[in-house]
Design a protein around this ligand. Structure first.
Ligand code: GLU
Length: 306
């Protein structure tokens, strides 16, 4: 039954897969910069910093105003999504630009933002503790996470995939169970590692806080594959196009949301309205970041606030 379920999952996501694997090579492009007043990626301003913003009933917004800017939880080792260039100090990627767009809509420029790298396993707790005001970083909307936090969005849909060494026989894998007896690496607390543990018990798992460490182990031969969302894996493959390959196969649907503190429906609805009424901004952000790797996807409809 396990096999059937995996294949069915792949079928559901086939259309998304085709788009997501459209270009599995080349150099990741990180046009974001935004060091000059929250104007988004590249030279051209993608969005304006709003003035005189009021957001009644949002304790999170009140805290941001008091502090003079938002503290945003992000990833920083995921090319084209959430990436920190250690040399220049520039942050870039689709998630980073979404985070900046939200900040700008709340009246905050780039210089007002404090970014906090938070690993997958620690996101809910960071929001619960009030360490961050919101989180933008390949964060799948799930019911169990919703017990602790709320999500705005979704603002992007992808699915779980696999990254393997280009010179290995694993490039021929057609089914997740073909990894039985092998070691697959993923991030602690992520949905992909949970899927493997729950549904593919004959696959060995290795875990790190961050995916880039899994990628190092894959390159050095310590593990047989890295599994996480295809949108993330495409960025790693693009960094090592001769050594790494993303398999043709998705077996889950991962809907990315913006994590917000539980109960702050004013902030949640503000972000949803931005996504819904934001005109061409989502597309402009996508084109300047993830779209550079050849991916083509549509902006998803946001979920109604429950
Ligand atoms: N989207 C998945 C998740 O939220 C995997 C990526 C990640 O770990 O951020 O768990």
């Amino acid at each position: 039954m396990r096999r059937t379920r995996a294949l069915a999952g792949i079928g559901i996501a086939a259309a998304a897969l085709l788009a997501l694997t459209a270009c599995n090579s080349g150099t990741p492009s990180n046009p974001g910069g935004g060091g000059d007043g929250g104007d988004g990626a590249g030279d051209k301003a993608l969005f304006e910093v709003a003035k005189d913003v009021q957001l009644d009933g949002s304790p999170t917004f009140d805290a941001m105003q008091k502090r003079g800017g938002p503290v945003i939880g992000v990833k920083e080792d995921q090319p084209n999504l959430g990436y920190l260039d250690a040399t220049t100090g520039e942050r870039s990627g689709f998630d980073i630009e979404i985070a900046r767009w939200i900040a700008a809509s709340l009246g905050f420029a780039e210089d007002d933002i404090t970014y906090k790298p938070i690993a997958s396993a620690n996101r809910e707790q960071a929001l619960v503790n009030g360490d961050i005001d919101y989180y933008v970083g390949t964060y799948s909307i799930t019911d169990s996470r919703k017990e602790q936090i709320d999500f705005a969005g979704p603002y992007f849909v992808t699915g779980q995939g696999f990254l393997v060494r280009a010179d290995s026989e694993m490039t021929e894998v057609k089914d997740v169970s073909d990894f039985n007896g092998m070691t697959v690496c993923s991030a602690t607390g992520s949905t992909p590692i949970q899927n493997i543990k729950d549904n593919f018990k004959q696959i060995e798992t290795a875990e790190y806080d961050i995916y880039s460490q899994c990628v190092e182990d894959l390159l050095s031969g310590k593990v047989d594959a890295v599994t996480t969302d295809a949108a993330i894996l495409i960025g790693y493959a693009a960094q090592n196009p001769d050594e790494l390959k993303v398999l043709d196969g998705l077996f889950t649907e991962e809907r990315y949301g913006v994590g917000v503190p539980k109960g702050d429906s004013a902030l949640q609805e503000h972000i949803n309205t931005l996504f819904t009424d934001g005109g061409d901004t989502w597309q402009a952000i996508f084109d300047a970041t993830l779209g550079q790797s050849g991916i083509t996807v549509d902006q998803p409809a946001v979920d109604p606030v429950e």
